[in-house]
Design a protein around this ligand. Sequence first.
Ligand code: AP5
Length: 213
Amino acid sequence: MRLILLGPPGAGKGTQAKMLKEKFRVPQISTGDILRQAVKDDTELGVQAKAFMDSGQLVPDDVVIGLIEERIKQADCETGFILDGFPRTIIQAEKLAETLTEMNIAIDTVVDMEVNAEEVVSRLTGRSTCSDCGVMFHEESRPPKVPGVCDGCGGHLAQRQDDNRETILKRLEVYQESTSPLKEFYKKQGNLKTVAAGGSVEEIFSRVCEMVR
Ligand code: AP5
């Protein structure tokens, strides 16, 4: 399975990717997670990316393209992968297509997750993530048993730096301008499938599974 999850911030790409990864036993590759880890570790990449991420802008194409090229060539991607948050621009999509052609492989399905802006703001302002194991919670749809504490590992739950209303609106604007043209790009290639990403996590998961099996 070689899958791309496309959709605005808060569409539930990360949530669905984690469930798909378990079901289909292929790695989830999230450029957002890779970049956030680099920021946390204070690496050169993290220093380069932080200001873009905090302001809701995209990190430059050459930086993320390099990351992905290296990652999909690793042995655990031989049986497939789920791209979560990549590509996000036409240049990234074109570069990905070139790399996959060189590797003699192709993307099977691009799932476009559609959700409205109001729902996005509510999902993201209520999100918290475990700083230790990365599990996500939401104050209404998936509250932790003890506020601020991860149900699974007891780690500290933190809000993402870019999950404030102002930055969320900026991220939505950037999505419309730079990422939504990818729908047309993949439609032309014949592998775009659109899923309504409203409703419960489980309902959306069964819709996505129908599309990718
Ligand atoms: P990234 O980490 O990719 O963030 P994003 O695309 O903005 O997406 P999110 O992670 O916010 O949302 P999601 O769709 O994964 O939703 P989730 O499942 O978490 O990117 C962050 C930044 O990194 C970018 O702004 C950019 O600067 C940089 N970057 C990353 N990739 C890049 C690239 N390729 N090029 C350039 N720059 C790049 O769910 C959200 C919340 O909703 C959670 O609390 C969850 O529990 C809840 N939820 C999920 N589903 C449901 C549901 N069905 N009902 C109710 N609540 C739900």
